[in-house]
Design a protein around this ligand. Structure first.
Ligand code: BGC
Length: 475
């Protein structure tokens, strides 16, 4: 792929040989991030085979975790429920009033989780969460509503679910790394903290954010068949036929389908088909979870900035960018944020002023030429486009597993990368067209389900609470 920058900048007071060398180096970097339609096809095939393995037996790379959520919400669910959302950038505590007909009201509060809490003892994190919930219910007056508040807990990490409100943490992702948590039941840990702190809240459901997003969207649009997160991390959940979940040992359930939490971030940890570059390998090696979550590391917001940073620094080191001069800011791991890439990718000003601001004022690069800025922009666009095309591969694999290629499919998506990265949705659509052809590709619709996981968790808590009451004969 060639972007004719050298000719565009001919006439600018730069050595034409330098420009040529820059152009050549840029072309090679852009090529590295290109994912051909053929490669995408191979990725989808591999995805499908990994999905079948995950459905057949535990401990597969793509874990395919049964969520215990069956059936679709009718949209008529009503009542007041709490939801707790842990796993993105913030902790969110919400109170939902489900009003029926797919309508609801919500009060919510966000709390920042410090790096210390993210990597300290799990007990401290649970105590912090319990304090936040306590503060929230007191301030909202929710504590006076019912003697025992029911809560849906969105915990967006790989958890082996053992009941609708039970599950053991398989591993941490996205920069969390608390001790004394892996292998433990996270609901028990949090419920114990509520008890310790006399917070009168019962955890009625444990929910992955993808499952929550799917259920929240299905509350209003029952035809929704898939929930995807493209944010700090990435993952997807979808309705699977129970008889295809060969490893299911939970006995008969009232419905034919169950929502499966794929944990697709771990896809191809074996590195069979993903087009990894030297920039990805460096990121992975220096991360706190090397050789894990490889797919997530190529797609999600936590990592895109770092991939781009690695690519830019390589150009700097070869004296082909910023005249070979970096800055302490650009040299620092994780310091080139994905949000900067979004702003740079969408900079259409003639002099690339926003890009200049980010590079010179924020990243403290002493000086940048227009050619430098254009190169940075092209790298950002290429890293984002690759992420979108790989996301399309995951979605295509699910549609193919569901046997619905060519049928109308509604995919609910949440997350900052999907919502804010310029052109992300178009690039995903183009990816699906490359895979399925124009006609079948256009059957897939994406819908933004902003903050859906909280609502989904409240709906699932409601369904679970109602089921428990029915069982106990009190309904
Ligand atoms: C986690 C998933 C989660 C996804 C999106 C991943 O790192 O493993 O459980 O759904 O991030 O938040």
């Amino acid at each position: 792929m060639t972007v004719g920058l050298a000719s565009h900048f001919a006439g600018v007071s730069l050595d034409p040989n330098d420009l040529k060398a820059q152009q050549k180096a840029l072309d090679l970097v852009l090529q590295d991030f290109d994912v051909s339609a053929e490669r995408m096809g191979a990725i989808v095939d591999q995805f499908n085979s990994e999905m079948r393995k995950g459905l057949a037996a535990p401990k597969a790379t793509v874990a395919m975790i049964p969520s215990f959520v069956t059936g679709k919400p009718t949209g008529e669910e009503t009542g007041r429920y709490l939801a707790l959302d842990l796993g993105g950038t913030n902790l969110r505590v919400c109170e939902f009033s489900l009003l029926g007909q797919g309508e609801y009201k919500v009060h919510q509060q966000k709390y920042v989780i410090s790096d210390e809490l993210k990597t300290g003892d799990m007990r401290n994190l649970c105590d912090f969460i319990a304090d936040c919930v306590d503060n929230f219910v007191t301030e909202n007056g929710s504590d006076s509503l019912e003697s025992n508040l029911q809560l849906g807990f969105t915990f967006s990490f790989p958890v082996l679910q053992t009941e609708i409100n039970r599950g053991t943490l398989i591993q941490w992702t996205k920069g969390f790394n608390c001790t004394n948590a892996v292998g433990k039941d996270v609901v028990v840990l949090l419920q114990d903290a509520f008890l310790r702190k006399n917070v009168n809240v019962h955890i009625a459901a444990l929910v992955n954010d993808t499952v929550g997003t799917l259920m929240a969207h299905a509350y209003k649009y029952p035809e929704t068949s898939m929930g995807v997160i493209l944010g700090t991390g990435t993952n997807a959940a979808y309705y699977e036929k129970l008889n295809s979940i060969k490893k299911w040992e939970g006995g008969a359930v009232a419905f034919d389908d169950m929502v499966v939490n794929m944990e697709w971030g771990a896809f191809d940890n074996e590195r069979r088909v993903l087009p990894l570059t030297i920039y990805d390998n460096k990121l992975d090696r220096e991360s706190i979870n090397p050789r894990q979550q490889i797919f997530e590391k190529m797609i999600s917001g936590m990592y895109l900035g770092e991939i781009a940073r690695n690519a830019l620094l390589q150009l700097v080191d070869r004296l082909l960018l910023f005249k070979g001069v970096s800055s302490p800011e650009l040299n620092k791991q994780w310091c080139f944020e994905t949000a900067y890439m979004s702003a740079i990718s969408s900079d259409t000003s003639e002099d690339l002023e926003e890009t200049q601001h980010i590079l010179e004022a924020v990243m403290q690069i002493p000086s940048t030429s227009l050619m430098d800025r254009e190169m940075v922009k092209q790298v950002c666009i290429a890293v984002g486009r690759r992420a979108a095309r790989l996301s399309a591969c995951g979605i295509a694999a699910v549609i193919s597993q569901q046997g619905s290629i060519g049928q109308d499919t509604l995919v609910a998506i949440d997350g900052s990368v999907y919502e804010f990265y310029p052109n992300f949705e178009n690039d995903m659509t183009q990816g699906l067209t490359d895979l399925f052809g124009e006609k079948d590709g256009s059957c897939v619709r994406f819908a933004l389900a902003r903050d859906g996981s909280g609502l989904g968790a409240a709906i699932i808590a409601m369904m679970s609470h109602k089921a428990a009451k029915l069982k106990a004969g009190s309904l």
